[in-house]
Write a protein that binds this ligand. Structure first.
Ligand SMILES: *Cc1c(COP(=O)(O)O)cnc(C)c1O
Length: 377
């Protein structure tokens, strides 16, 4: 049996190797490294796949968030409500733009931002909500969109972990993650569900004016070369990465199916273990299982992780430290009382290997070792 990895990028590459190698060679031979035809083609193909009017490729997911926020009419001190249980990028860009991150707690079962906590955090200075579709499943967008409409707020979806998740809106229509708010922001970091072989990212929007502005910001604030109307940044998706993404996009649905069947295997194996809380599947959203993150009692979590590591099975903690406890965000410290769920999750979550290449044999080994831990403890 092959070594068990948290993410097996090489195994996935082996299956598309001929196409990928050829695509990279073609870009190199064409010398169209920056904004070449591959980038335009990928953009169109992703727009079709997502069912969104505009995809704006950029350099990485963090930039996508930053550019989206720069494209909105926000000013210093405006408050942006987001989740305390996410990767730092979401909050970092808010602070970098001198906006004020307002962190709120999450739901016990989905680990996603709690709409009730959003309501409680709204002030006259609130300008936007940034839900993060954590671990591959959409936050409660029906609630979030209605709160935003009620209070006239922007919604910016961080969909770095949930590309291709499908969400059923209150009117019955089905939307893809990232296409429901004013902007969706995603990442093509290698280990993401649609990952390239380096850095990459994109914004999506259905709003023509916002799309124009975001495109302009990506490109040094210019529409006409050397005429800069806005202060922008340099954020582009490489042609080589776009060429790779075009190939992988064709398999994205299969990749998601592979992840979901690994998750089903885990769920079934752990169904009768009272100590394990398997990840909840929310009725309104499909789960694309960027991570398979379960909860176990706090006193077991680190021991279970060590037991698995000792057997050659990687298991990771996403995320061990809530954002309000991070040194960089000292000024946001408001005490643990405000974040009971996030604080508890940071002590109880454990993510098992999750990727597109997990074999039945590997899944059996992983689940058996988890069961052994609880049997022998
Ligand atoms: C990965 C990730 C990002 C950042 O993406 P990069 O491409 O690494 O900049 C932002 N938000 C979340 C939730 C992520 O998981």
């Amino acid at each position: 049996m092959a070594n068990i990895q948290m993410v097996d990028l090489n195994g996935q590459y082996e299956k598309i190797r001929t196409e990928v190698d050829q695509a990279i060679t073609n870009v190199v031979r064409s010398s169209a490294f920056i904004n070449g035809p591959e980038v335009k083609d990928f953009q169109k193909e992703l727009e079709d796949y997502l069912g969104v009017k505009h995809v704006i490729p950029c350099a990485n997911g963090t930039d996508a968030l930053q550019i989206a926020m720069m494209a909105l009419d926000l000013k210093e001190g405006d408050e942006i409500i987001t989740t305390n249980f996410t990767f730092i990028a979401t909050v970092e860009v808010i602070a970098l733009l001198k906006l004020k991150p307002i962190l709120v707690d999450v739901e016990e079962d989905t680990y996603n931002i709690d709409p009730q906590k959003i309501r409680e955090a709204i002030t006259p200075k609130t300008k936007a909500i940034v839900p993060v579709h954590l671990f591959g499943q959409c936050a409660n967008m029906n609630e979030i969109l209605s709160i935003a409409e009620e209070h006239n707020l922007y919604v910016l979806e961080d969909t770095a972990q949930a590309i291709s998740a499908k969400y059923t809106l209150a009117d019955g229509s089905i939307k893809t993650a990232g296409t429901m708010g004013h902007f969706g922001c995603t990442s093509f970091f290698p280990s993401k569900n649609l990952g390239c072989y380096g850095d990459g990212g994109a914004l999506y929007t259905n709003d023509d004016a916002l799309a124009d502005k975001a495109r302009q910001i990506c490109n040094h604030g210019m529409k006409v070369r050397y005429y800069h109307e806005l202060i922008g940044v340099n954020s582009r998706l490489d042609s080589i990465q776009a060429a790779i993404l075009r190939i992988k996009l064709r398999s994205l649905d299969d990749y998601c199916d592979a992840r979901r069947s690994a998750a089903d295997f885990y769920d079934a194996a752990f169904a009768d273990v009272s100590e394990i809380q398997t990840p909840a599947r929310f009725a309104d959203s499909t789960h694309t299982f960027h991570q398979y993150t379960m909860r176990v009692p706090a006193e077991d979590r680190n021991h279970l992780q060590k037991h698995l590591m000792d057997q050659g099975i990687p298991a990771m903690i996403y995320y061990p430290v809530p954002l309000h406890e991070q040194e960089a965000f000292d000024h946001l410290k408001t005490g643990n009382v405000d974040y009971p769920v996030t604080v508890q999750l940071s002590k109880e979550v454990l993510s098992l290997p999750m990727h597109t290449e997990l074999s039945k044999e590997q899944l059996k080994t992983i689940t058996q070792e988890v069961l052994n831990y609880f049997k022998n403890k």
